[in-house]
Ligand binder design. Structure first.
Ligand SMILES: [Zn+2]
Length: 322
């Protein structure tokens, strides 16, 4: 991890506490004040129940990928309650981020995610991949089945994203213009292939690939900002970044805020719901207190993703085809 940034002197303004019963109202007030039809959250986790339980057990046990940090899950609820909660918040569209940690798992996860998208019309049909034989075929199948977004997890999967086995899959996704949310930064804990270097190699081969760097690539925020500045299709999601929790561990370097403002059309709201150790609304307040202005917030919390996924301006529930 980089040493503490000397330019970062002032502590961010504290975020207000919102009683749980009033959270939905506060979230709606946030986007209502901006004149938005709701939020689009590109980084929410839905997965087969027993996989999600394992993830929660992992956080409970302070698994090493959590960086050994206390990580109480705020929304440990049944699936129906979790989707209902996002709708209460006014999240128009969200994703089902799921990912394999070993070979032979991705097609099963993709089958589950296709079914989840069918019964959850406000979820963007999500799929995943892993460097293994047959990956190109199942990625193509998922795309033909209507997948709108992919998730890749370099840290949990412990693979090199520039692995030759993935080359054709990346090419296919680049050509189809389908975004891939990729956890590739070395936070909260580094993996064998995390960091900007392997991603730079992927982008050198596939410069049009629509990578959405999860967590803004923390703690290598600046290197990943650099990749987004270099490649026009690279985007960053805000997942957990700027929150009190994350600022204590891997603070966003304040001197890089102007670069973040400059990339205002390529920053997307992500939250990590439901696996977050604080209320959802805190992520929104954390973005607001950056002081980058309402126009920036509008783009980040809705417009950029609405354009990327061609969501139109119709509210959730209305048929919103591409
Ligand atoms: Zn996540």
């Amino acid at each position: 991890m980089a040493p503490a940034d000397p330019g970062r002197s002032a502590e961010p303004a504290p975020v207000r506490d919102v009683p749980p019963g009033e959270e939905a109202e506060e979230v709606r007030r946030f986007w209502g004040r901006l004149g938005l039809p709701g939020l689009v959250d590109v980084h929410t986790h839905f997965m087969p129940e027993r996989v999600l339980r394992k993830v929660w057990d992992y956080f409970d046990a302070l698994g090493e990928l959590t960086g050994g940090v206390e990580w109480p899950i705020t929304y440990r609820e049944e699936e129906a309650e979790r989707t209902a909660r996002l709708r209460e918040f006014g999240v128009r569209a969200f994703t089902a981020m799921l990912y394999p940690h070993k070979p032979g798992m991705a097609t099963w996860l993709n089958g589950w995610a296709a079914d989840f998208a069918r019964r959850t019309p406000d979820c963007l049909h999500t799929a995943t991949l892993y460097p293994e034989r047959g990956v190109e075929a199942y990625v193509r199948e998922a795309v033909e089945a209507g997948a709108r977004v992919f998730k890749a997890h370099v840290q949990v999967g412990a693979y090199d994203p520039a692995d030759e086995l993935l080359d054709q899959a990346w090419g296919l996704l680049a050509e189809a213009g389908i975004p891939v949310v990729i956890h590739c930064g070395s936070g909260p804990a580094p993996g064998k292939h995390t960091g900007p270097e392997p991603i730079a190699r992927v982008l050198a081969r596939h410069p049009r690939l629509r990578l959405i760097v999860a967590h803004m690539g923390m703690p290598e925020h600046e290197e990943f900002l650099g990749l987004a500045e270099r490649y026009g299709e690279v985007r960053l999601d805000t997942t957990m970044v700027f929150t009190d929790f994350t600022e204590r561990l891997m603070p966003f370097p304040r001197h890089a805020l102007p670069r973040l403002a400059g990339l205002g059309d390529r920053v997307l709201l992500g939250s990590d719901f439901p696996n977050i150790p604080y209320p959802y609304v805190h992520q929104l307040h954390a973005l607001e207190r950056l002081g980058l202005g309402d126009a920036w917030l509008r783009r980040v919390c809705h417009d950029n993703a609405a354009a990327l996924f061609a969501l139109g301006v119709r509210p959730t529930g209305a048929a919103s085809g591409p």
